[in-house]
Design a protein around this ligand. Structure first.
Ligand code: ASP
Length: 341
């Protein structure tokens, strides 16, 4: 019995710890890069205050710095993606983790996924209500199970077994998000509200994602979200679906998406971008443009993607009015943006 308990205990301790054991190994340094997004949508200057803008820039910068700290020490891209996403999951500013939006039933159901471009391993969780950092649970699914996606209560039990931090569902309560739900419900049948009110039109703000390239030339991508305000109980968007909201392959690029999830699923946005790079030799900018600026709006969807390739080139592309986003280069120089200009 003890023979089985000890390895299980060790597993449960390391399962949700993203730190890599290879961090101390010296390698020839490559062009480490990290790109992140904090969601796309109808993000307009007139709906912002200078304080709110500054808070978003600061949170994005903290996320970039924490991912960079791992890459800079020789850490792995997967660990950098987790570190950056955890910062945004812990911030109420983003629709992920702490700031997750509410379902039609007044609950918070969270989705996340991660993919390792070096071996095409992937992990995802969907519809979870008690995992503080769903990205760590997605990582545990990828590294500690034989599966790619786990949902609901089963995913929560597994995450707990792997040592992920579990919280009471009320941890995710945020009064501003709750007000958005009330507003969305009030206006559910008012079609004109869809046209003028960004909160009603979008019903989502601030899904988070990260794509990293480490000094070993390995790509990783991850995405985490609360989904869309007023989503019907049990609805799952693109964020936890490998090939829709997240994809990473050292042979092409890494992608994390944000936007109206149903359209991203129908187009297989992340995989489509990677396929254009892999099979057609498109640059990542051309690939992102042809999917996000052409196919997506043509179908009636909107949103954006962050894409990074193995040379450290990146594209931060969106067809919505804004996208919280940023990048940090090998020298640790970070830039963050909100609007188109
Ligand atoms: N893509 C997310 C979803 O549909 C929402 C978002 O990115 O804002 O669940």
């Amino acid at each position: 019995m003890v023979k089985y308990l000890i390895p299980a205990l060790i597993l449960s301790i390391v399962g949700c710890q993203p730190q890599s054991q290879e961090q101390s190994v010296k390698h020839e340094a490559g062009p480490i890069t990290l790109v992140i997004h904090g969601g796309a949508g109808t993000i307009r200057r007139e709906n912002m205050t200078p304080e709110k803008e500054a808070a978003y820039h600061a949170a994005l910068k903290t996320a970039l710095d924490s991912g960079y700290a791992i890459l800079e020490k020789g850490g792995k891209s997967v660990d950098a993606v987790i570190a950056a996403i955890k910062v945004m999951e812990d911030s109420p500013l983003f629709n992920a983790g702490k700031g997750a939006v509410f379902t039609n039933e007044g609950k918070n159901e969270l989705d996340a996924s991660i993919m390792d471009g070096s071996n095409l391993m992937a992990g995802a969780v969907a519809g979870v209500t008690t995992i503080k950092n769903p990205i760590t649970a997605a990582h545990a699914v990828m590294t500690k199970s034989e599966h790619v996606m786990m949902i609901g209560r089963g995913a929560e039990i597994f995450a707990e077994e792997q040592g992920c931090e579990i919280v009471h569902p009320t941890y995710f309560f945020d009064s501003a998000r709750y007000k958005s739900l009330m507003k969305a419900k009030e206006n559910e049948n008012d079609k004109s509200a869809l046209l003028y009110d960004p909160y009603i039109k979008d019903q989502k703000f601030g899904t988070v994602g990260a794509v990293a390239l480490d000094q070993y030339g390995n790509m990783a991508a991850g995405t985490s979200t609360g989904g869309m305000t007023n989503k019907k109980y049990g609805r799952v968007g693109d964020a936890p679906i490998i090939g829709a909201g997240t994809y990473a392959d050292n042979n092409s690029c890494g992608i994390s998406a944000t936007g109206w999830g149903e359209f991203f699923i129908r187009l297989g946005v992340a995989r489509d971008i990677a396929a254009l790079v892999e099979y057609k030799g498109y640059s990542i900018q051309q690939a992102a443009d042809s999917v996000v600026m052409k196919k997506l709006p043509k179908l009636g969807g909107d949103g954006g993607v962050i894409v990074l390739d193995r040379q450290g080139n990146f594209a931060l592309t969106f067809c919505s009015e804004g996208m919280y986003r940023g990048h940090i280069n090998k020298k640790g120089e970070a830039k963050t943006f909100i609007y188109k200009d």
